[in-house]
Design a protein around this ligand. Structure first.
Ligand code: ADP
Ligand code: MG
Length: 256
């Protein structure tokens, strides 16, 4: 049975996509079968896995509208070692089209039921909003991984997301839980970041992952080569941290 996780945070630019592609590659590296789903119309996770969103014959859009199955639409990103259910530009319109349909927030969940035995992990990259697309991700998942930067407003920004997760848990998906908060783009030389990191631990306890992802320029360079950092430069500090994080995820989510 696949364990399904959303990488979510309603803020943009916090490291969701970087986390999704590098965790996918890290999990593949430690022997897990992974499907990465790109629910963000920007398609960055698709491109960042070396899959050209402009040339995709079928995408997650077709899956949401039930004109293709996950098996038909997913492609194998050979260099990365995982499958990609990519986002194409049509996905931006899906939001509007979905509103009129039955089970509009459960379409991804229903589609993924088909591939439960084919993967150990399904990771869903969510857009920076609490939209119907994100809701489809949250309804499909066993849990949420929240990447965050240790900045001044970090805790404040979390409350909307935590509220939404509680609502989805109460009304749509009893399985849903926060798996953990992942500190990303961390720079230990910045005192404020250390302070916020301590606050996070005080507030959320063991919901804060042990692994910390450092700020590392190799992770930022990798997407322009169509690769996750973990594949582009495996020895970079950021890449090593993401493989470590993959191991932590395997341990933490055992039995889910
Ligand atoms: P989101 O998906 O939440 O919008 P991204 O993953 O696209 O965020 O990250 C935003 C920007 O920060 C990107 O340019 C990305 O390359 C960069 N970035 C993300 N994580 C790191 C990191 N650990 N070190 C350096 N740059 C990073
Ligand atoms: Mg993104």
């Amino acid at each position: 049975m696949a364990r399904i996780f959303c990488i979510a945070n309603q803020k943009g630019g916090v490291g969701k996509t970087t986390t999704t592609v590098n965790l996918s590659a890290g999990l593949a590296k430690v022997g897990q079968r992974v499907l990465m789903v790109d629910l963000d119309p920007q398609g960055n996770a698709t491109m960042g896995s070396g899959v050209d969103k402009r040339k995709l014959p079928l995408s997650v859009y077709d899956v949401l509208l039930e004109s293709a199955s996950v098996k038909e639409a997913a492609v194998f990103a050979e260099k990365c070692g995982y499958h990609v259910l990519g986002a194409s530009r049509d996905l931006a319109g899906a939001e509007v089209e979905l509103v009129a349909l039955d089970h509009r927030e459960k379409r991804l969940k229903l589609a993924l039921a088909d591939v439960h035995d084919d993967y150990d992990f399904v990771l869903i990259d969510c857009p920076p909003s609490l939209s119907l697309l994100t809701l489809n991700g949250l309804c499909s998942a066993h849990g949420v991984v929240v990447p965050m930067q240790c900045e001044y407003f970090a805790l404040e920004g979390l409350s909307d997301l935590v509220h939404t997760i509680k609502q989805v848990h109460a009304n749509l998906n009893r399985d849903l839980q926060i798996i953990g908060l992942l500190r990303v783009m961390f720079d230990p030389r910045i005192t404020l970041q250390q302070q916020v990191s301590e606050q996070l631990k005080a507030h959320f306890g063991d919901k804060v992952f042990n692994t910390v992802i450092p700020r590392n320029v190799r992770l930022a360079e990798a997407p322009s080569y169509g690769l996750p950092g973990v594949v582009f430069d495996p020895s970079a500090r950021g890449s090593v941290a993401f493989v470590e994080f993959a191991r932590e995820m395997v341990d933490r989510t055992q039995g889910l």
